[in-house]
Every structure is written in C-alpha cells, then in structure tokens.
Ligand binder design. Structure first.
Ligand SMILES: O=C(CO)[C@@H](O)[C@H](O)COP(=O)(O)O
Ligand SMILES: [Co+2]
Length: 216
C-alpha cells in the first residue's frame, strides 16, 4: 500500500492543530513539511518551530522537505524538533554525502530531492546512503502547480537504477499529484505520494485521500 503524505503548505495555518487531526482521521500516513528559505526557492515558509508544533499535535510520521541553501547548518535543529524523514536537495548540497550522513547521525531517515531538470546521475554514488529519493514533479517553491509529465519516465529510470543497485530506498513524488496523475506515477514505481492542494483545497479530506488511494 502506498504512503499518502499531505503537504501542510496548503493547510489553514490559523488552525494547524485541527488540520493535522483531520488529515489523520482522513487516512494520511505522513505529514509533509515544506521548508523554504527564499534563496534556494523564491518563497519563504517555516522552520523547526513548526516541525516541533506538528510533533506535539500529531503522532504521524514527520517528513521534512528542505528547500534551502546550506542545509547542514540547520539539519540538527530539524532532527531535534522531531523530524522522522529529512530530504535535502542535491542542487543545494556541495557535499551531498556529508549532508546525508549528518541526517542519519540523528537516527533520522535520509533522502535526496531532485528538481525536474536534475539528472539521476547526481545520486548515483550516494545510493547506499539513501532511505528515500524525492522526485519533484513541479519546480519547487509553490503548491498548486501543474504536474510535469517527464517525471514519469524519470521515476521509471530511478526504479530501475535502485533495483540494479539492490537499494530498498522509497521513491517519493511531489508536485501536482491528484486523482489523475497518481496512477501514472504509481505504475512508474513511486510508493510515497505528496499531495497538498488535492487534499487541503477540498471540503472532505477523507474523500480526497480515498480518491487518491483508489487511483494508485
Ligand atoms: O515541495 C513542494 C513545493 O515546492 C510540494 O510539497 C507542494 O506543497 C505540493 O503541492 P501540490 O502540488 O500537491 O499542491
Ligand atoms: Co515538498
């Protein structure tokens, strides 16, 4: 069964605690937390304080997606705040292997996120360090964007690459995931699905998550 990870980027922040309760009731598996610094991406969101608040408000797995420059400087704070999974962008890490080792040193699962234009070869020599790979299916920075179709071939190629290297890393896909796109990425090999607007921009989260699961 696939993992549904609602992105709180599209949640109502005036009532975050209640939103977290509602998505758990609706059948969510993880909570996806999009951290943006206004440098790596043209948007600014939130930091470890919000991760810590999510940790107090929910017992779901906290999946922290770092869209920031120099992530090593603040990875320890996110780990201490309660992150279970942390992904860093390959494009933002000069010493990617070191960043992954830093995440793992806190007992946190480590992942690499790849922008749509970034080739899979950028993770070739760190596959043995990876618990998951996040394939961006939109350019990072905003929720509610249109799914980029070339992500499907990229996920297929990643799935083959991981098999060849005997890796059990999870393939996560993030951006433009809805009832129409989830089937294609699931068939291609993704098993963790981030969805923001397709869940939080609806009236009924249970129905939204059920629709995603039915179409996996
Ligand atoms: O990392 C990001 C955006 O940079 C995502 O996690 C989005 O928050 C997903 O939003 P939708 O495309 O599902 O609305
Ligand atoms: Co994300």
């Amino acid at each position: 069964m696939g993992i549904i990870a609602p992105s709180i980027l599209s949640a109502d922040f005036t009532r975050l605690g209640d939103e977290l309760i509602q998505i758990k009731k609706a059948g969510a598996d993880w909570i996806h937390i999009d951290v943006m610094d206004g440098q790596f991406v043209p948007n600014i969101t939130y930091g470890p304080i919000i991760v810590e608040a999510c940790e107090r408000a929910s017992d779901l797995i906290l999946d922290v997606h770092l869209m920031i420059e120099k992530p090593d400087l603040i990875i320890p704070e996110f780990a201490k705040a309660g992150a279970h999974y942390i992904s860093v962008h390959a494009e933002a890490c000069t010493h990617l292997h070191r960043s992954l080792q830093l995440i793992k040193s806190f007992g946190v699962k480590a992942g690499v996120a790849l922008n749509p234009a970034t080739p899979l070869s950028s993770i070739e020599w760190v596959v043995d360090q990876l618990d998951f790979v996040l394939i961006m299916s939109v350019n990072p920075g905003f929720g509610g964007q249109k799914f980029i179709e070339s992500s499907i071939e990229k996920i297929k190629a990643l799935s083959n690459m991981l098999k060849e290297k005997n890796s059990t890393a999870i393939i996560q896909v993030d951006g433009g995931i809805n009832k129409d796109t989830i089937n294609k990425v699931s068939k291609a090999g993704a098993t963790s699905f981030v969805a923001g607007s397709a869940i939080f921009n609806t009236e009924n989260y249970t129905k939204a998550i059920s629709k995603l699961r039915r179409n996996m």
